[in-house]
Design a protein around this ligand. Structure first.
Ligand code: WQD
Length: 366
């Protein structure tokens, strides 16, 4: 384990003001980096572990620049490395963990199922071992509405049976089963399981956004890269689904709404013991072509596309009923699809080649 100096840029005057220390796994990733900004903004001490397989250390520098505070410590490690992970808990008095480190591309998971189970499930059991060894009993777990599989149209609530249709979704469902068991057998262990819909968009500063390694498997980053000229056209996977325009429908949720729910979860971990499951989403479905239209409006450019065959593992429609979390915590989405596309395009414009492309910060060269 080789801890990176937290931040070698200008330091802010104040250290985090609250003793609450949160370990964010996957903290340099798309969801993780935005979660770190939100937690730093709200006074948490943030510790990050990430293997940079789908991110880059530069992201954390931007996190600190946005937050005006530094991350407490950053450790480059593989979440499955129990020894390295345990050493992090030796060095920091962690109050809670937000577990975001995972592979998350449906299509890719059908092509490489074992690495998905290895990292998503094996990484979770590795984390649980380290938490148990160090008596850390509070966990916010990033699951997915993909666990519902092909459950038909309309918003789905948490009582919908889980019938995952791809290794990514199955890995998340398996993690939920493990966590439920652990809560039954480890006194005082508490898990808040948040079933994400489709987190998209970017931090409004344009400094953070979705920039996966290689060619994006997910729709929004791919569309953004078409708009900025990195790809000729979007391949729309399937035009013959039983949906209004024949393309698949998903519930897209702004990344900032997503991470605000994770912070709220931290505030509610102590409400009760055991595992609670909540959907995150808007309750509104958007088809692939809806996203293309919205993004075209946001960027003012054509988004060429061709409709090709369906992608293995995909389902026609997945829309989340998130009324339970609204009743429980008062959380509700506040940004619409137009805002998601506007913010995603802002990031892509400032970072035409992503983080590796030495992005230009608003007003300054990097
Ligand atoms: C959306 C739709 C594709 C790419 C999500 C994500 C992730 C996870 C939840 C947690 C599908 C179509 C895509 C492309 C396309 N959440 N598409 N052309 O499959 O709902 O999976 O699960 O972090 O948000 O993994 O999201 O963005 O891959 O696809 O037509 O080039 O867009 O077929 O219908 P998905 P996605």
């Amino acid at each position: 384990m080789d801890p990176r100096t937290p931040y070698d840029g200008p330091r802010t005057a104040s250290a985090p003001s609250t003793p609450s220390t949160v370990l964010v796994t996957g903290g340099a990733g798309f969801v993780g980096s935005h979660a770190c900004v939100d937690l730093l903004d709200h006074g948490y001490e943030v510790i990050v572990v990430d293997d940079y397989s789908n991110s880059t250390p530069q992201v954390l520098t931007r996190v600190e620049r946005i937050a005006g505070r530094f991350v407490g410590a950053v450790y480059e490690l593989d979440i499955r490395d129990r020894h390295a992970l345990s050493a992090v808990f030796d060095r920091h008095s962690v109050d809670a963990v937000v577990h975001l480190a995972a592979h998350k591309a449906v299509g890719e998971s059908t092509r490489m199922p074992v690495p998905y189970y290895d990292t998503n499930v094996g990484g979770t059991t590795s984390l649980l071992s380290a938490m148990h060894e160090h008596h850390v009993r509070h966990l916010v777990f990033s699951s997915s509405c993909a666990v519902y599989g092909d459950a038909g149209g309309g918003p789905l609530d948490e009582s919908t049976p889980a019938r995952p249709t791809n290794p990514y979704a199955s890995s998340k469902w398996l993690c939920e089963r493990i966590l439920d068991d652990v809560c039954r057998h480890w006194p005082g262990f508490v898990v808040l399981c948040l079933r994400h819909s489709n987190p998209v968009g970017a931090h409004p500063s344009g400094l953070l956004g979705e920039d996966p390694a290689g060619t994006p498997g997910n729709l929004m980053p791919y569309v953004a890269q078409v708009a900025v000229g990195r790809h000729e056209r979007l391949r729309v996977f399937g035009g013959d689904y039983p949906t209004p325009d024949g393309t698949a429908v998903r519930d897209y949720l702004h990344i900032m709404d997503t991470v605000e729910a994770h912070r709220l979860a931290l505030d509610h971990l102590a409400d009760e013991s055991g595992m609670r499951v909540f959907n995150l989403g808007t309750g509104t479905g958007s088809s692939v072509l809806d996203v293309v239209t919205a993004f075209r409006s946001a960027c003012g450019r054509a988004i060429p596309f061709e409709i090709v065959g369906r992608r293995p593992g995909d389902v026609p429609e997945l829309v989340a009923d998130a009324s339970a979390v609204t009743r429980a915590w008062g959380w509700r989405p506040t940004r619409d699809l137009a805002t998601m596309c506007r913010d995603a395009w802002h990031f892509q414009q400032l970072n035409p080649h992503g983080y590796a492309g030495s992005a230009r910060r608003p007003g300054k060269e990097e």
